[in-house]
Design a binder for this molecule. Structure first.
Ligand code: ACO
Length: 337
C-alpha cells in the first residue's frame, strides 16, 4: 500500500472586492450585523465580462498548484473537481479543466458535496494513490456563488455569507513520512432541504419554475439557495467536533497533537467554537473568512494555501482539515505534512 501527500497548493480569487458596505447599498443589511454574526468583512465576486467561471478559476488555481509541485501536467493521472456551482448543469467542470489545461483524455470526476466537497475529493485522490492505481491527482475546489445568489433583502441571510474563488492541490504518491494519514466522511440526507437549492432540477424543471415565478411568494423561490441558518449552525458545531475527534482517534492522537486546524470557512463563530472546545491557541487555527466569505468547496484549499504561503505549516506538522455543509455532509482529513 502506498501513501499520498499534498505536493503543491494554489488558489485564485477574482479581483473584484465586495465589502459589507457595498452589500448594504443593494439590500437591507449592514457591516455591523455581518461582522458580528459571521466575521466576514469582504468577499470576492466575479465581475461580468472578467472571463472567470467556476472552471476557469479552478484552472487558474490548478496552474499555481502544478507549478509549485514541480509536477508537469502530463504526469497528472486524474482530475477530481468539487463544486456546488458548476458552469453547466451537465457535464461537470472536471472535463472543462481537462480541456483548458490540455491534458489529453485524463479522467475527470466531479464531486457534489458542497462545503465538504474538497475533503471528499481529497479522500478520493488518496484512495486512488494508496491502491497504486494513480501517482498524481489534481484536486480542485471552486465556486461561483455570486452567479446564483438573491442579491435583494429577501436573500440577505444567505447572500452576505458566500464568496467566489478556487483552490487546488496536487496529491502525489509519497516517498517519505509526509502523508494523508486518514480521511473520514459522513452524510445525513434527512436534512437535505435545510440547506439547498431545489431547482432547476429534474424534480423541479424550468417551465415549472417560470409558471411559479408569476405567483411566487417570498417563501417559494426555489432557484435561490435556502438555508435554515440556526439549524445548520447547531449541526455544524456538533459534527465538526465529532469528525475531528474521529480522525484524531484513528491516528491515536488528541487535540493537543494538532499543529494546524483548517476548518471550512463557514462562519467565524463556528471556527471559534471549535477552537475553544479543543483549547487550541490562535496560531493553531487558520481563518480567512474575513477576506473571502464562505467559498464552500474552495474554502479549505484557499485557507490551506494561504496558511502554507505564510509559513504557518511546516514539514512534519499535524494538519487537520474539517468541513460541514449542505447534505448534510461532513468530513475530516488528518495529514502529516
Ligand atoms: N443583515 C441584517 N439582518 C439580517 C441579515 C442580514 N444580512 N440576515 C438576516 N437578518 C436578520 C433576520 O431577518 C433576523 O431578523 P428578526 O430577528 O427580526 O427576524 C435576524 O437578523 C436574525 O436572523 P438569524 O437568521 O436568526 O441570524 P443568525 O444569528 O442565525 O445568523 C447565520 C445567521 C449567519 C446564517 C448563521 O445562522 C449561520 O452562520 N449559520 C450556519 C451557516 C453554515 O455553517 N452553513 C454551512 C455551510 S454552507 C454550505 O454548505 C453551502
Amino acid at each position: 500500500m502506498y501513501s499520498s501527500k499534498i505536493s503543491g497548493l494554489g488558489m485564485y480569487v477574482p479581483e473584484n472586492v465586495v465589502t459589507n458596505d457595498d452589500l448594504s447599498k443593494v439590500m437591507d443589511t449592514n457591516d455591523e450585523w455581518i461582522q458580528e454574526r459571521t466575521g466576514i468583512k469582504e468577499r470576492r465576486h466575479i465581475k461580468k465580462g472578467d472571463g472567470n467561471s467556476t472552471a476557469v478559476m479552478g484552472v487558474k488555481a490548478a496552474k499555481v498548484a502544478l507549478e509549485r509541485s514541480g509536477i508537469h501536467k502530463d504526469n497528472i493521472d486524474l482530475i477530481v473537481f468539487a463544486t456546488l456551482s458548476p458552469d453547466y448543469y451537465f457535464p461537470g467542470c472536471g472535463v472543462q479543466v481537462q480541456e483548458l489545461l490540455e491534458m489529453p483524455n485524463v479522467p475527470a470526476i466531479d464531486v457534489r458535496n458542497q462545503c465538504s466537497g474538497f475533503v471528499y475529493a481529497l479522500s478520493i485522490a488518496d484512495q486512488y494513490i494508496k491502491t497504486g492505481m494513480y501517482t498524481n491527482v489534481l484536486v480542485v475546489g471552486s465556486e461561483n456563488h455570486s452567479g446564483g445568489l438573491d442579491m435583494t433583502t429577501r436573500g440577505r441571510s444567505v447572500s452576505v455569507i458566500f464568496g467566489d474563488g478556487a483552490g487546488a492541490a496536487i496529491v502525489s504518491r509519497s516517498n517519505d513520512d509526509s502523508a494523508i494519514l486518514s480521511t473520514h466522511m459522513h452524510s445525513e440526507g434527512k436534512h437535505a432541504k435545510e440547506l439547498a437549492l431545489i431547482g432547476p432540477s429534474t424534480g423541479h424543471w424550468v417551465p415549472e419554475i417560470i409558471a411559479e415565478s408569476d405567483t411566487a411568494t417570498d417563501d417559494h423561490i426555489t432557484y435561490y439557495p435556502y438555508m435554515n441558518g440556526q439549524f445548520v449552525f447547531k449541526n455544524a458545531v456538533t459534527r465538526f467536533a465529532e469528525v475531528i475527534m474521529e480522525g484524531l482517534k484513528a491516528n491515536s492522537m488528541t487535540p493537543d497533537d494538532i499543529d494546524m486546524l483548517i476548518p471550512h470557512q463557514a462562519n467565524l463563530r463556528i471556527a471559534q467554537f471549535i477552537q475553544k472546545k479543543f483549547k487550541l491557541s490562535n496560531d493553531r487555527v487558520f481563518n480567512n473568512i474575513q477576506k473571502y466569505g464562505n467559498t464552500t468547496a474552495a474554502s479549505i484549499p484557499i485557507a490551506l494555501t494561504e496558511a502554507w504561503e505564510q509559513g504557518k505549516i511546516q514539514k512534519g506538522d499535524k494538519v487537520v482539515l474539517a468541513a460541514f455543509g449542505s447534505g448534510f455532509t461532513w468530513a475530516s482529513a488528518v495529514i502529516n505534512w
